[in-house]
Design a protein around this ligand. Structure first.
Ligand code: ADP
Ligand code: MG
Length: 262
């Protein structure tokens, strides 16, 4: 399947013929995709389709068995996750990864790590670089807290937050690095209807000026946010189209119905 971006747009994510095997399991079997600057792009498919594997490959956490990935012009397949982060890419994981023993405010520091350049010695003596980076951190943290509706939760520990709030914190942590590209793996999984609606409006607020890639099993979030979505079934790309149109494809319908029978 060949998926080309319309002419004149800047391509932010380009994956070409990605394959990934785990021993005898073929998790990805030739996936290509193109995401343009400013898009909110969805990746959907039944459980076990390969969405998380594709996600990990696109943001440099897992190396593909073969295929190329470029994000913001960088060859992600050869970069460490730390370098990918420095290049302007942030992500949240399918399983919530907030630090339960740290406050909301301290959790935000983890999102800023990749951009800190001060040394340990600089921190101890309070060097000018350290002070400048701390001031920038506090400024950014206030902005992100307000944006993500977490200002009143700043002093609470991660492990006492309601599930939907933890997920919003995970996005807030990702925003601390001021990413140009944001990858979200099943951000709304396990949320109730109210939490999902709040989450959708958070993403609507933060999406302008960025490129967002959302992996989801559930269609509510994809329909609300994404201009285009790629459907993956058994590690293969089936269709890329507007979310309301992909479910007209026979192969997509049968894959989802088949998955529900299991
Ligand atoms: N680390 C791994 N080792 C072995 N098999 C894996 C691993 N990660 C994923 N898989 C397998 O790859 C396939 C795709 O998994 P995954 O990408 O998690 O799908 P999805 O996110 O769409 O549910 C599944 O068959 C899964 O069991
Ligand atoms: Mg998954």
């Amino acid at each position: 399947m060949n998926v080309e971006a319309p002419r004149g747009k800047t391509v932010v994510v380009q994956a070409t013929d990605i394959r990934k095997r785990y021993g005898g399991v073929v998790a990805l079997d030739g996936v290509s995709l193109t995401v343009e600057e400013g898009e909110v792009f969805g990746i959907i498919g039944p459980n076990g389709a390969g969405k998380s594997t594709l996600f990990d490959v696109l943001c440099g956490i897992t190396k593909p068995t073969s295929g190329q990935i470029e994000v913001l012009g960088h060859d992600v397949g050869t970069m460490t996750p730390h370098l990918v982060a420095r290049a302007g890419v942030a992500r949240t994981f399918q399983r919530t990864a907030v630090f339960g023993e740290a406050t909301v405010y301290d959790n935000l520091r983890y999102g800023r790590h990749a951009s800190f350049t001060h040394s340990v010695a600089g921190r101890i003596v309070g060097s000018s670089v350290y002070r400048r980076e701390q001031a920038a951190f506090h400024h950014k943290a206030e902005e992100v807290l307000a944006l993500s509706g977490l200002s009143d939760d700043r002093a609470r520990l991660g492990n006492v937050l309601a599930y939907g709030v933890q997920r919003r914190l995970a996005v807030a942590v990702a925003l601390m690095s001021e990413p140009r590209v944001l990858f979200l793996d099943e951000p709304a999984a396990g949320m109730n209807g109210r939490e999902t609606a709040d989450f959708i409006s958070l993403i609507e607020t933060i999406a302008p000026g960025r490129t967002v890639v959302i992996v989801e099993h559930d269609m509510t979030v994809i329909k609300a946010l994404c201009g285009r979505a790629l459907v993956v079934v058994d590690g293969r790309p089936v269709v890329v189209d507007a979310p309301e149109r992909v479910f007209k494809h026979a192969e997509v319908i049968s894959a989802y119905l088949g998955a529900e029978d299991e």
